[in-house]
Design a protein around this ligand. Structure first.
Ligand SMILES: [Fe+2]
Length: 238
């Protein structure tokens, strides 16, 4: 796309939704309620809070070592490459092909973990309600069919990566997966959209407790999904 075409697209999309903007690589409005900064936010619950499904030791190492490293390395990359850290990180992700592999891996890594912590909660689980449930049923046929498709994406992602539930440019719900720390906001993503639910299937997310049993970890995840938080992201994305 030429710069002129991009400018025209941006001008024509001023009233469009976040999903439209992101899907076209335009970035996000500054008032998007779920935009992500370049620093790690406090974990919204204790390391023990998600037990027995995610053990405290895994949570502590995951948050203080792995996720913290992504945030720190992202700050370095942003400084080295002149990214505007006063703007949402989503703007960088939407144009990630212009940046280094370091920015791609750490920008994705930071964003993905911030989202991951936010859509889990102790005493969560159950099923979505209201418009989100209606949209899931409309898009996948049933809630159970959605679960099957999402679990399949998580279980079959070769090596390290993520499974996603996203709102695409047509405002439809789609399940996808990405390798490494890529995500659907990136202009290099095969399937683009706004992620509203994500599951980390890197071994660092589950190996201490589940060892090679990734399917058991994936199944346990449903006990932790904060559907209220997912629904809020869904509402903001449509
Ligand atoms: Fe992780």
């Amino acid at each position: 796309m030429t710069n002129t075409a991009k400018a025209g697209l941006a001008a024509g999309m001023l009233g469009s939704s976040i999903a439209d903007l992101l899907a076209n690589g335009i970035g996000v409005p500054e008032n998007f309620p779920f935009s992500t900064g370049f620093s790690q936010n406090p974990l919204p619950y204790a390391y023990t809070a998600l037990e027995p499904h995610i053990d405290a030791r895994t949570m502590e190492i995951h948050y203080t070592k792995h996720a913290a490293a992504y945030a720190n390395n992202l700050k370095d990359a942003a400084k080295e490459e002149g990214a505007d850290t006063s703007k949402p990180l989503e703007n960088v992700l939407a144009t990630i092909s212009k940046y280094s592999v370091k920015m791609r891996n750490n920008g994705g890594g930071h964003y993905n973990h911030e989202l991951f912590w936010s859509i889990m909660s102790p005493y969560a689980g159950g099923r979505p309600e209201g418009k989100l449930m209606d949209a899931i049923t409309s898009s996948f046929g049933s809630y159970d069919a959605f679960v099957t498709q999402f679990e399949n994406a998580a279980k079959t992602r070769f090596g390290s990566g993520w499974a996603w539930l996203i709102v695409n440019a047509e405002k439809k719900l789609v399940v996808s997966s990405t390798p490494n720390q890529d995500n659907p906001l990136m202009d290099i993503a095969e399937i683009k959209g706004t992620p509203i639910l994500g599951l980390d299937v890197w071994e660092h997310a589950y190996y201490l407790h589940y060892q090679n049993r990734r399917p058991d970890y994936v199944s346990a995840f449903w006990n932790l999904v904060n559907w209220k938080a997912v629904a809020e992201r869904f509402q903001a994305a449509i």
